[in-house]
Design a protein. Structure first.
Lengths: 317, 326, 378
């Protein structure tokens, strides 16, 4: 103890001085990059905040329990009435059916690619998943429509047809994001599990999937986010309805994006001067309020997803 | 929990050294079947696309002009698809160029710079933004953004015009490819950010701590440990974003004043158009061969995205050593 | 470890319960009766309903120009016939005609009358007599502009053609000033805005320009705007949106949809006629039917160069397409009752107040009613 106290004071000073002088450049780079990263954040926040602000401010005008709980049946012109309940129902039903189709397929395909995939089938699958991400949404809609038209005739408009169209868009997103997340699970974890005599399928379920559940959830939520706002394919496959319909296997269904689009398309309403029950830009007000609702729904889904993640993810720390 | 499981485990081990038995085999089959099903769906889509697009490829110029509703003065499909492909790539490339650096910046901000509490909140907001429907982006881009940036573009065009030999036009409405690309960039920003952030957070703590122990600054940790580890993830994320930018329909449709020219006048209106927006714009009034023409252009989009994705795979494949499960 | 497992089990159950509760509340609180005055479905049919035995779900598809009016018609018809559910898919005229000819929808809306070959193919689903066009939605097209403080301008057809062809580029151009001596025109660039999609509005607009200013507007009438470049947008709301946001912009759009924008009075003969539903109806009355079609087919050939007093020939006629024979009895009865309601003065008035269309004249109404009577069922 006492022997080492003689020189170190000078040494530390010297080392500190040396490090300090040599690091001036590196420190500057560090500070610059920190600044850039903060700047990137700020720059990105400007349009995003402007967008959210616009939606909230313009959407809140018409946002009310009444608006959420009624449909558009019997509402026309500048009538100060009508709501989006039917579109909320349609959005949730169509999206959930689409998720029920695509998440198992997508997740299992990702598991296959990461855990089993060797040889030509894996290569072909990887390649074609990439191809599939390139399907334009409107083409997916045309495909689903043509598929159902074979069985139900050319006038078919079904919620489930829209779900199929959305699944075509959703599956590759689920596969790609899940694949990415599964590959990040360290091999050591798998090997440790095998070493304990756990069979491969249990290893995948209990170790690989659970370790990556946060990432997988993000991926699934992203894929839902990707399709919940789709308009064009749903217009072709599920059409538009102004009444409530819970059944995806019968009749037309409205979804929120389609609702927003149809309201926007109808634009301003001519009001007779002095008419009391007539609002000139009622359609646009409804469109913005529906946009706000859609964002809130996604927020809720995200929240549920986060809860799921928190409860299922292994406690690492 | 563990006491009941151990006796069967010993018997299993005794029976064979191979773990591919019983449930394992079933699970393998199920996941393989999922992959095969995916291929079947894609095959169905492809068959549909080719079958419906083929009549447009084989039709004569005259038929294409009358029944196929090709724009005035065009006699073969290439004259339509060419400018559309050009416009699609230009819009997506500008969007990607704008979005990727910013998205990586935000992802790093969330994963390594921001205070933990703030980071969680921001991550949540970014996830939300990924879900804003393109119709809303269209509404916002067309009615809120375009009038504002119109003045900016006019000013930028004025500055660029002072360079000799350069002629840049700008429209007063802001309905130009530049505006559409900015909106596309904003749209894909959350996607790239969300995936990149997830990957950055997965960086092995040991790598980071090793770098820190060597006296690295925070940026040097990011540059030497985080970015190399996350590179393939970022490229994947960018490709996901690019996929959305290439195929985006409604936002472009509601913002861009379309034209069918090979033009780099990104601040002027009536110059370029993207494939997806073209299909959506023309589809309602199309029938017969005109629909076949639209599906053939859809086929072109399909091929473009395929090529882009192959390129990305190739880049990622060269970086495979950073994957955990290689 | 043990505690963790327990905790997460409870939370799992909790989250499942939460999701379930959400779903339940959602399913419980919806209402299909937003106006609060629609008769209950379970009650007796409305007393004065013209044909109370109509029930079922029917759909139509077609022109988006009719969307607002169709909303009013469907609402009015459904309140008279509470057992009927009608939907209209504003997918576009072409899509509407295609679905109609494939038998996918009961009726269609279209900005253009059926073509001869389409009439031919209509015999497949509509029986030997095929389908008919009924002009039930007549709407004037306004030339609308955004000039602060100016709500009306006189524009001759040649001037309009020159503006949209890009030959006149400033609002204080002598050609505009000559026709508007009392207006203080600003020195502002003109930004003409056209429809980017294939539309009936463009078709009618270019037809008008071609007929009235043929030496300037040499392009044939078409649903696609013929001049290359320039600003454009999809749909009426798209072009109106741009003009609203841009000073000096001008477009052509369904008159009922231009809101607060200024509109042009066009030159008919020697007088200036401002846009109005009455003037549009007058222009239709001054036109004649297309020859050589079924006696009940009421496709019109609009006389764009009419000099009839007070007529505004820049008009869009959107047709309702129906079969002359419906094999399905319920469908046929529905179509007859629904089109009858649309053609009635009540229906036309509903559309006029909801969509600003021009009610059809009594003369045209009696022709339409004869045509509807001629539709056979079974």
């Amino acid at each position: 103890m006492s022997a080492t106290t003689s020189t170190p004071v000078g040494d530390t000073e010297r080392v500190r001085a040396m490090l300090g002088s040599a690091d001036a450049g590196r420190k500057r780079t560090d500070r610059m990059m920190t600044g850039l990263i903060y700047a990137a954040f700020v720059v990105a926040m400007i349009p995003l905040v402007s967008l959210l602000w616009t939606v909230v401010i313009r959407g809140i005008e018409r946002f009310s329990p009444y608006f959420l709980s009624v449909s558009m049946r019997g509402v026309f012109g500048g009538m100060d009435a009508g709501g989006i309940y039917h579109a909320i129902v349609g959005t949730l039903v169509i999206t959930l059916v689409a998720a029920a189709i695509s998440v198992p397929i997508g997740l299992l395909t990702a598991v296959y690619l990461v855990e089993y995939g060797r040889g030509p089938l894996a290569r072909v699958t990887t390649f074609f998943v990439d191809v599939m991400t390139g399907i334009p949404s409107i083409v997916a809609g045309l495909f689903a429509f043509a598929l159902f038209a074979i069985f139900f005739g050319p006038g078919v408009r079904l919620g489930v047809a829209a779900s199929v169209a959305l699944s075509v868009l959703m599956i590759p997103v689920v596969v790609r994001s899940s694949e990415e997340m599964l590959r990040l699970v360290p091999n050591e974890l798998r090997e440790a599990s095998y070493a304990l005599g756990v069979p491969k399928w249990l290893t995948i379920i209990k170790v690989v999937l659970r370790t990556s559940v946060a990432g997988l959830t993000t991926g699934v939520l992203l894929s839902i986010a990707r399709v919940i706002g789709e308009t064009a394919p749903i217009l072709i496959t599920a059409g538009y309805a102004d009444s409530i319909n819970f059944n995806p296997f019968e009749g037309r269904m409205a979804t929120l994006p389609v609702y927003i689009f149809t309201q926007y398309r109808q634009g301003t309403v001519p009001c007779a001067p002095g008419a009391l029950d007539c609002v000139e830009d009622i359609n646009l007000m409804r469109a913005w309020a529906a946009a706000l609702t859609l964002i809130l729904i996604v927020m809720l889904l995200n929240l549920v997803g986060r809860l799921v993640t928190r409860f299922f993810a292994p406690k690492l720390r | 929990m563990t006491t009941t499981a151990s006796p069967p485990a010993t018997t299993r081990r005794r029976r064979s050294g191979d773990t591919e038995r019983g449930m394992s085999r079933v699970f393998r089959w199920i996941s393989t079947a999922a992959a095969v099903l995916l291929l079947a769906v894609l095959a169905a889509v492809a068959v549909f696309l080719v079958q419906r697009g083929l009549p447009a490829l084989t039709a004569s110029g005259e038929e294409l002009q009358t029944a196929g509703r090709l724009p005035r003065g065009m006699t073969h499909l290439g004259q339509l698809v060419g400018p559309l492909v050009f416009g699609t790539l230009l819009a997506a490339a500008i969007a990607l160029l704008l979005a990727t650096p910013v998205a990586v910046g935000i992802a790093l901000f969330i994963s390594h710079y921001a205070p933990r509490r703030l980071a969680a909140g921001i991550g949540y907001v970014v996830d939300l933004l990924a879900a804003i429907p393109s119709v809303v982006f269209g509404l916002w881009g067309g009615r809120t953004l375009a009038p504002v940036v119109a003045d900016v573009w006019v000013w930028v065009a004025g500055v660029l015009n002072s360079i000799p030999g350069l002629e840049v036009r700008a429209t007063a409405t802001g309905r130009s490819l530049a505006t559409a690309s900015v909106v596309l960039a904003v749209m894909i920003l959350p996607i790239i950010t969300a995936v990149s952030r997830e990957v950055f957070l997965q960086t092995p703590k040991l790598h980071e701590e090793a770098a820190l122990a060597l006296g690295a600054t925070r940026w040097e940790v990011v540059r030497t440990a985080v970015l190399p580890f996350g590179r393939s993830g970022v490229i994947s994320a960018a490709m996901l974003g690019l996929g959305r930018a290439l195929g985006e329909t409604m936002a472009v449709l509601m913002i861009l004043s379309p034209g069918l020219l090979y033009s780099f006048q990104i601040f002027d209106s009536g110059q370029q158009q993207t494939i997806a927006a073209y299909i959506a714009n023309q589809f309602p009034e199309s029938s017969g061969l005109a629909v076949n023409v639209l599906i053939a252009t859809g086929l072109a989009l399909f091929v473009i995205t395929m090529a882009v994705n192959m390129l990305a795979r190739w880049i990622v494949a060269r970086r495979k050593e950073f994957s955990g499960a290689n | 470890m043990e505690r963790h497992v327990k905790l997460s089990r409870i939370s799992r159950a909790g989250s499942v319960a939460l999701v379930g509760a959400l779903a339940l509340t959602l399913a419980a609180c919806g209402s299909d009766n937003p106006t609060g005055d629609a008769p209950e479905n379970t009650g007796a049919p409305a007393a004065e309903s013209p044909a109370g035995d109509i029930s079922g779900t029917f759909s139509g598809a077609g022109a988006s120009s009719q969307e607002s009016a169709m909303g009013a018609w469907i609402a009015g018809f459904q309140s008279q016939n509470p057992d009927v559910s009608v939907s209209y898919d504003a997918a576009g005229s072409g899509a509407g005609r295609e679905q109609f000819l494939a038998g996918g929808v009961s009726f269609a809306g279209s900005d253009a009358a059926l073509k001869d070959e389409e009439l031919q193919s209509s015999t497949e689903v509509c029986g030997p007599d095929g389908a008919i066009d009924l002009p039930l939605y007549i709407s004037p097209i306004a030339v609308a502009f955004n000039l602060p403080g100016i709500s009306s301008l006189n524009l001759a057809p040649e001037t309009i053609a020159n503006i949209f062809a890009g030959n006149i580029t400033s609002w204080n151009d002598p050609a505009i000033a000559a026709d508007n001596p009392d207006v203080n025109l600003p020195d502002m660039a003109i930004t003409p805005v056209h429809r980017s999609d294939d539309s009936g509005t463009t078709d009618n607009f270019t037809e008008y320009l071609h007929a009235t200013a043929g030496d300037v507007w040499t392009w044939e009438p078409d649903g696609v705007f013929p001049v290359e470049g320039g600003d454009s947008a999809q749909g009426t709301s798209g072009v109106v949106g741009i003009v609203n946001d841009t000073e000096g912009a001008v477009t052509y759009a369904d008159a009922s949809r231009v809101g607060q924008l200024g509109t042009a009075a066009i030159k008919v003969g020697e007088e200036w006629v401002p846009v109005s539903p009455e003037a549009a109806a007058a222009a239709v009355d001054a036109s004649h039917e297309v020859e050589g079609r079924h006696e009940h087919d009421l496709a019109f050939e609009l006389d764009r160069t009419t000099t009839a007093a007070g007529a505004y020939p820049l008009v869009l006629i959107s047709y309702s397409l129906a079969c002359l024979n419906y094999a399905d009895e319920a469908e046929g009865n529905f179509v007859k009752a629904f089109l009858g309601y649309i053609a009635s003065s009540e229906g036309q008035q509903a559309a006029a107040s909801a969509a600003g269309s021009a009610p059809i004249s009594d003369d045209l109404r009696s022709q339409v009613e004869q045509a509807i009577d001629a539709i056979t069922v079974g």
